[in-house]
Ligand binder design. Structure first.
Ligand SMILES: NC(=O)C1=CN([C@@H]2O[C@H](COP(=O)(O)OP(=O)(O)OC[C@H]3O[C@@H](n4cnc5c(N)ncnc54)[C@H](O)[C@@H]3O)[C@@H](O)[C@H]2O)[C@@H](O)CC1
Length: 498
């Protein structure tokens, strides 16, 4: 896992690295600019492409100046630099890099008004106007610059972060940004890149190392961690000789009504293909034929049995409830009786809705339960939120208060543990935007929990594996259906097992 840190901590890492490696700030900047260029040349391969570099007067602009020089060294034949002269203050690094440029022949344009940008009509724009030093939303000349650049419809590649975009904290709907197609970001992604509001400021980002001290970064106090493939590889245990279905646990999934039997079957499919030793599905009897024909390996449990005697449920290592379940009176009673068992549950979809309707039910959740809401379900549970930043803050508070794991679903799903720590899942893609995907995820979390993984491990590993399955399928498809994601899970898990 990679610790994600805020910009203040990033500056401390900068200072620490400079001191520790006994280098100067300008040398560190040269490394960063070189790292940017190494990535840029992968993206813009034709060296005759006009490259327009917009430089502010801080260190982001200083990077831009170094990048101009390095690109020219690499043979880019049409590099133009625009010095955005909207403020007095400039950094020492900016001055040094500007002097270095002045020793070379370079088209340098000082921009006092937008009129000074009239020659910038084609090619690619490198945005080095303002970086992580942003301390307020863009206004005045800067906001006008952003509107103008966006109106050109040229490809924009931003240095570290798009101008005007806050690295952390609330992203307001009224904020102005220079919209980037790609951000080449230094050392760590910004926390705000993982929120849907970032789509207004960037299409994609890549992270390049600039040699900051990793040990220092990992020691910083931060609740955010980005999952990496090796975390899942370290976690998932290979199957051992002489193990059998009993070794891999028995999961019960309570789901489905007449019209939504598919959701139940998809959840069971996620559980089965996720490798649980035994999967039992409790659905209305009308779905039995569908179950037997689609998933003959899955067993059936009559709904009446669920509330007959508590001991019926003893054999199940984990119980998941919710996909396609409905919310009528009988279901409310069923949920109440399960909550009374005082055992951890995996709660999704309609079952979440019921918790949102009745706070007293929420209070009965047992420690170690897993809630898997998408945005709407989350807001129904905990109140409306104006921003994803605020939503994630609430999720952290509620996970601590309820002693539950919260899986807040999103393109980058946030998995929050009982201490309020956030793991961010980088896998998954928009091709997975189809009904049933969440049902498969719930089944997979249940499957891993049945196999003995702790609630938090089951939750984050399931998110990573589920997203990876979708990513692999999306290589050749514009959309990926939920049952295909489920069917591909065993291959993904095999690939992740050491
Ligand atoms: N570890 C690091 O921190 C490193 C940073 N580097 C670069 O340095 C950048 C940060 O540089 P700086 O801290 O100098 O900051 P910036 O270059 O982002 O901006 C600095 C100036 O902009 C002003 N400003 C902030 N918000 C404004 C607004 N809304 N309207 C008008 N002016 C505004 C500030 O008062 C300051 O004078 C990074 O994004 C990156 O490009 C890299 O060179 C290497 C390492």
């Amino acid at each position: 896992m990679q610790k994600l840190i805020n910009q203040q901590q990033m500056r401390s890492a900068d200072v620490f690295t400079i001191k520790n490696l006994d280098i100067s700030s300008i040398e560190l900047m040269e490394t960063a600019s070189m790292a940017f260029v190494n990535e840029f040349v992968q993206e813009i391969k034709a060296i005759e492409t006009p490259v327009n570099i917009l430089c502010g007067k801080g260190n982001n602009g200083a990077d831009g100046l170094a990048i101009a020089r390095i690109l020219q060294d690499k043979g880019y034949s049409s590099v133009a630099v625009y010095l955005i002269d909207f403020s007095e203050k400039e950094t020492a690094e900016y001055q040094t890099n500007l002097n270095r440029l002045k020793d070379l022949w370079f088209p340098l344009t000082t921009v006092k008004t937008l009129e000074d940008l009239k020659n910038m009509k084609d090619g690619v724009i490198i945005d080095a106007v303002l970086g992580s030093g942003l301390n307020k939303p863009l206004s005045g000349a800067y906001a006008e610059l952003a509107t103008f650049i966006n109106s050109l419809n040229l490809q924009v590649i931003a240095v570290d972060i798009p101008t005007g975009f806050p690295a952390e904290g609330v992203i307001a709907k009224t904020d102005h940004f220079i919209k980037a197609d790609l951000v080449i970001c230094f050392q760590r992604p910004k926390i705000n890149f993982f929120f849907p509001e970032s789509a207004a400021a960037l299409n994609r980002f890549r992270v390049v190392s600039i040699g900051l001290d990793e040990e220092f970064i990992e020691k910083q106090a931060s609740p955010y961690q980005l999952l990496e493939q090796h975390d899942i590889k370290d976690l998932i245990q290979p199957r051992k000789p002489f193990t059998h279905k009993g070794t891999y646990g028995h999961a019960l999934i309570i789901a489905g009504q007449k019209e939504t039997m598919g959701a139940a079957i998809l959840a069971a499919k996620g559980c089965l293909y996720g490798g649980a030793g035994l999967t039992t599905l409790s659905i209305p009897e009308s779905g039995l034929t569908a179950l037997n024909t689609t998933l003959p390996e899955v067993m059936y449990l009559d709904r009446k049995e669920l509330t007959s005697t508590a001991s019926v449920l003893d054999k199940f290592k984990i119980i998941a409830i919710g996909p396609g379940l409905g919310t009528d009176a009988a279901i409310i009673e069923l949920l109440k009786s399960l909550l009374m068992l005082k055992r951890p549950l995996i709660i999704d979809a309609d079952a979440l809705h019921l918790l949102g309707n009745d706070e007293s039910l929420m209070k009965q959740l047992t420690e170690g339960s897993v809630l898997t809401p998408h945005m709407k379900e989350f807001d129904h549970l905990f109140g409306a939120h104006e921003s994803w930043w605020a939503r994630l803050e609430t999720a952290r508070e509620k996970a601590v208060e309820l002693k539950c794991v919260i899986v807040l679903k999103n393109q980058y799903t946030f998995i929050i543990d009982q201490q309020g720590k956030v793991r961010i899942n980088p896998t998954g893609n928009p091709a997975m935007g189809q009904g049933g995907m969440g049902d498969v995820l719930t089944g997979l979390i249940a499957s891993l929990a049945a196999q003995g993984y702790k609630a938090i491990e089951a939750a984050y590993a399931a998110c990573f594996i589920h997203g990876t399955s979708g990513d692999l399928l999306a290589v050749t498809r514009v959309s990926v259906k939920a049952s295909a994601v489920a069917e591909h899970l065993p291959e993904v898990v095999k690939g992740l097992t050491r």
